[in-house]
Design a protein around this ligand. Structure first.
Ligand SMILES: Cc1cc2nc3c(=O)[nH]c(=O)nc-3n(C[C@H](O)[C@H](O)[C@H](O)COP(=O)(O)OP(=O)(O)OC[C@H]3O[C@@H](n4cnc5c(N)ncnc54)[C@H](O)[C@@H]3O)c2cc1C
Ligand code: FES
Length: 279
């Protein structure tokens, strides 16, 4: 990858995949191959700045595994200018990529612990590189039990729905799916994650909880976990502040004296507790 963090590298779109059963959500995964000679070594939690020619640039978390070396993936929800332009592109088109930027999930500190992933909606996207690393046969033995509670509004809104069975086949791994309201034929859980975790069979004081989703979900879940005895430094989340440069220069993403693009986007609740309440 370019050594100049301002200089993007051209990347070809290899494939585009609608990521939910229901097309209403407009969430697509883009598999990209960087221009020949460019390699991109990243770690789970980091992000790229992705530009569409003549439109602009926006940050997106990696959605693929760092162990997959021939491509990178980002999963993108259509919300505005850049994401709309991206959603109009298809395989064979080109985009521009800067990065990787930001810090990473604390893989070293997670070794030996049980891990619980709690994701709401598209919040599963930035967790996918971490999930794939933890479940990889070469690394699975380094972690305890792996639980996942994945929440979506309706059964059609689950991202990566076609991969859950493969993940659940890995040893000592459990996946629970929940939707907001009952729907005919649904056999999973119903209710918001913070109401469900209280009754789950979890070692609250010795599990590392990795949370990603809407801010209200993060707040409700982390409050409930702390009530159950989970210390704040075992609650890890990743933030999506507005960003411009991605490298700590423009001041677009700061919270107090911290830059989310450099000091984050991954933070423990203990770290967030020391920052001003601006997010
Ligand atoms: C570290 C990081 C990782 C991210 N990872 C992903 C990802 O994996 N997939 C994904 O779809 N999106 C992700 N985002 C959010 C993504 O960057 C924004 O959706 C994107 O910048 C919107 O650009 P746009 O030009 O399409 O929208 P704009 O035209 O700029 O804005 C459209 C609307 O979206 C709102 N908006 C724009 N950016 C953000 C933001 N960062 N947070 C909340 N609201 C915003 C605007 O206020 C406006 O209402 C990530 C953001 C960060 C900072
Ligand atoms: S995005 Fe420019 S300082 Fe963080």
């Amino acid at each position: 990858m370019s050594t100049d963090p301002y200089l993007p590298v051209r990347a070809e779109i290899l494939s585009v995949k609608q990521e939910t059963r229901s097309p209403d959500l407009d969430i697509k995964t883009y598999r990209l191959r960087l221009a020949q000679g460019s390699e991109l070594d990243f770690r789970p939690g980091q992000f790229i700045e992705l530009a569409v020619d003549g439109v602009g640039e926006a940050p997106f978390g990696f959605a693929s595994s760092p162990l997959e070396k021939d491509f990178i993936e980002v999963t993108v929800k259509r919300t505005g200018l850049v994401t709309d332009a991206l959603h109009r592109l298809s395989a064979g088109d080109f985009v521009w990529v800067r990065g990787p930027f930001g810090n990473t999930f604390p893989l070293g500190e997670m070794r030996g612990s049980h891990i619980m992933f709690i994701a709401g909606g598209l919040g599963l996207a930035p967790l996918r590189p971490l999930i794939k690393c933890v479940l990889h046969p070469g690394f699975r033995g380094q972690y305890g039990r792996v639980d996942m509670l994945i929440a979506a509004r309706t059964p059609g809104d689950f991202v990566y729905y076609d991969q859950y069975d493969d993940w659940a086949k890995e040893p000592d791994t459990r996946i629970s799916l929940t939707i907001d309201r009952p729907v005919d034929g649904w056999t999973g859980l119903v209710g918001f994650p913070h109401n469900l975790i209280a009754d789950m069979d979890l070692a609250f004081d010795s599990t590392i909880f990795i949370l990603c989703g809407p801010p209200l979900m993060i707040k409700a879940v982390s409050d409930r976990l702390q009530q159950k005895g989970c210390p704040k430094d075992r609650l890890i989340t990743t933030m999506e502040m507005r960003m411009t440069c991605g490298i700590g220069k423009c001041g677009r993403c700061n919270i107090g004296h911290r830059y989310v693009c450099v000091d984050g986007p991954v933070f423990s609740l203990a770290e967030l507790g020391e920052m001003p309440d601006e997010y």
